[in-house]
Design a protein around this ligand. Structure first.
Ligand code: HEM
Ligand code: HEM
Length: 189
C-alpha cells in the first residue's frame, strides 16, 4: 500500500469533495421529494435527477474504494488520544458503508418498483436494473431500507462535519487541511 505522507493526494481530495457534494445534494433532494408537493412534471424530473445523480455517486464511490485499497491515508497528529483515533477510523469505515449502502439501496428500490421505470442516466443511456419480480413485493421493504440508509448516513455525516470543524477551528492541528485539495502532497500545513 502506498504511503500518503501528511496530506491526502489530490485524487483522494477531489473524490472526497465531489462525493460529499453529491451526497449532500441527494439528501436535500430526498427531503424535497418526500416533503414538498410539485406538479407532476417537476416531481418527475426531481425524481429522475435524484436517481441519476445517485448512480453517478455510486460510480464515484466505487472509484474511491478502489483508490483507497491501494493508498494509506495520512497519519493523524501524534497529540491525538488513542480513543479519538479509534473514533475517527470507525467513523470513516461507517461513512464508507453508508456511501455504498445508500445508492445501492436506491438502485435496488428503483429495480423493485412495480412501475418499472427505466433508469435513465441524464438521457445518455439506461442504467440496468436488478431482476426483481415485477409484482412490486420488494418495493416497500427496500423503500424502508433506502429511507434509513439515507438518514443514518446523514447522522454520521453530521458527526463527521462536527469533528472536522473541531479539528479545524478549535484544535487547529492540521487534520482539517489534510483533506483540502492541493497538488504536490507531502507536508502538513
Ligand atoms: C458529506 C459527505 C461526506 C462524506 C461521505 C465524507 C467521508 C469521508 C471519509 C470516508 C473520510 C476518510 C477518508 C479515508 O481515509 O479514506 C473523510 C475524511 C475527511 N473528511 Fe469527510 N466526508 C464528507 C463530508 C465532509 C465535510 C463537509 C467536511 C468538512 C467540513 C469533511 C472533512 C473531512 C476531513 C477533515 C477528513 C480527514 C480526516 C482525517 O484525516 O482523519 N468531510 N471524509
Ligand atoms: C448517495 C446516494 C443517495 C442518497 C444519499 C439518497 C437519499 C435519499 C433520501 C434521504 C430519500 C428520502 C427518503 C425518505 O425520507 O423516505 C430518498 C428517496 C428516494 N431515493 Fe434516494 N438516495 C440516493 C441514491 C438513490 C438512487 C441511486 C436511487 C435510484 C436509482 C434512489 C431512489 C430514490 C427514490 C425512488 C426515492 C423516493 C422513495 C419514496 O418513494 O419514498 N436514490 N433518497
Amino acid at each position: 500500500m502506498k504511503q500518503e505522507g501528511t496530506h491526502y493526494t489530490l485524487a483522494a481530495s477531489l473524490l472526497h469533495w465531489s462525493i460529499a457534494a453529491l451526497i449532500l445534494t441527494q439528501i436535500g433532494l430526498g427531503l424535497v421529494m418526500d416533503h414538498l408537493t410539485f406538479d407532476d412534471m417537476l416531481a418527475f424530473s426531481l425524481f429522475q435527477t435524484h436517481r441519476a445523480l445517485g448512480i453517478a455517486t455510486l460510480l464515484l464511490v466505487a472509484l474511491r474504494v478502489i483508490w483507497r485499497l491501494g493508498h494509506k491515508p495520512p497519519a493523524l497528529p501524534k497529540t491525538l488520544a488513542p480513543s479519538a483515533r479509534k473514533l475517527a477510523s470507525s467513523t470513516h469505515f461507517l461513512l464508507y458503508v453508508g456511501q455504498i449502502l445508500s445508492p445501492l439501496s436506491g438502485w435496488a428500490l428503483a429495480s423493485a418498483s412495480s412501475l418499472a421505470l427505466p433508469l435513465s442516466l441524464f438521457g445518455f443511456f439506461d442504467w440496468p436494473l436488478f431482476p426483481f419480480p415485477s409484482d412490486g413485493r420488494f418495493e416497500e421493504p427496500l423503500r424502508t431500507l433506502h429511507h434509513w440508509a439515507g438518514w443514518i448516513l446523514a447522522g454520521i455525516i453530521a458527526g463527521h462535519i462536527a469533528a472536522a470543524l473541531w479539528h479545524g477551528l478549535v484544535r487547529k492541528d492540521g487534520v482539517f487541511s489534510q483533506i483540502l485539495p492541493r497538488s504536490g502532497a507531502g507536508t502538513r500545513s
